[in-house]
Design a protein around this ligand. Structure first.
Ligand code: PEP
Length: 253
């Protein structure tokens, strides 16, 4: 049985005060359920990671980074390593979020290096995959998602891949107010789970959590997460509002 997992990606939002307020509100509002019925994580901007971790005050809420670099240290101006993230108390890192793929231009190859480095250094990667609107319209969803999962996990053993969470996030649904129907989400999640069984084995495929992301809100969260292969949500916009994020957490129970 996979425990639900609800994660909030704050993207390039909040400031030093509002990030701490948001973290504090989530911690106090989820204290009854955090880590018990549902795993919870937040992904603040890099610069607010230490203060958010402090504000969470040992609440059972994990913290992750929105990105990570694959090299360990050295002349990589602007990048942040796995060990730096571990050093400040991060548990997770997003790898290959659609905004990094399509705005910053990250490739599957780079994302694979990030996933591999995160696992080797003891961070749990959340590998984000999902098709563009034109790809869905051209019936290429399965092909794109398959390629992103295969390339994102290339070269990783079954033991290493067990550290991964996958987030299926159709790009046309991210930040647009459009949401995949529960059936569309289930179809893509089932595809990913079957693919993992083919690439690795049934046990791994059964154990890995696959989150849905794309305009998840309190109003649609329960129905999406009720789908058999949808194990939780990666939430963007709604994770910036304490009450909305708490309502999505409740919907996962
Ligand atoms: C995201 O950032 O991963 C996301 C799904 O954003 P939103 O919920 O705003 O669509």
């Amino acid at each position: 049985m996979r425990k639900p997992f609800v994660a909030g990606n704050w993207k390039m939002n909040t400031d030093s005060q509002s990030s701490v307020n948001l973290a504090g509100g989530i911690a106090s509002g989820s204290s009854e359920v955090a880590g018990r019925g549902v795993d919870i994580a937040v992904f603040p901007p890099f610069v607010y990671l230490p203060s958010v971790i402090k504000a969470l005050n040992m609440a059972n809420i994990a913290v992750g980074a929105q990105d990570v670099y694959f090299e360990q240290n050295g002349a990589f101006t602007g990048e942040i390593s796995v060990s730096m993230l571990k050093d400040v108390g991060c548990t997770y890192a997003l790898c290959g979020h659609s905004e990094r793929r399509h705005v910053i231009g990250e490739t599957d190859e780079l994302i694979n290096k990030k996933v591999a480095a995160a696992i080797s250094g003891g961070l749990l990667p959340v590998l984000c995959v999902g098709e563009l609107l034109e790809e869905r319209k051209a019936s290429q969803t399965n092909e794109v998602v398959t390629r992103q999962v295969q390339n994102g996990l290339a070269g990783l053993s079954v033991e290493k891949v067990s550290a991964v969470t996958i987030a299926y996030e159709p790009v046309w649904a991210i930040g647009t107010g459009l949401t995949a129907t529960p059936e569309q989400a289930q179809q893509a999640h089932e595809l990913v789970r079957k693919l993992l069984a083919e690439m690795y084995d049934d046990q791994l495929a059964e154990e890995i959590r696959i989150l849905y992301g794309g305009s998840v809100k309190p109003e649609n969260a329960a129905e999406l997460m009720r789908q058999q292969d949808v194990d939780g949500s990666l939430v963007g916009g709604a994770s910036l509002k304490t009450d909305d994020f708490l309502a999505i957490i409740q919907a996962a129970l």
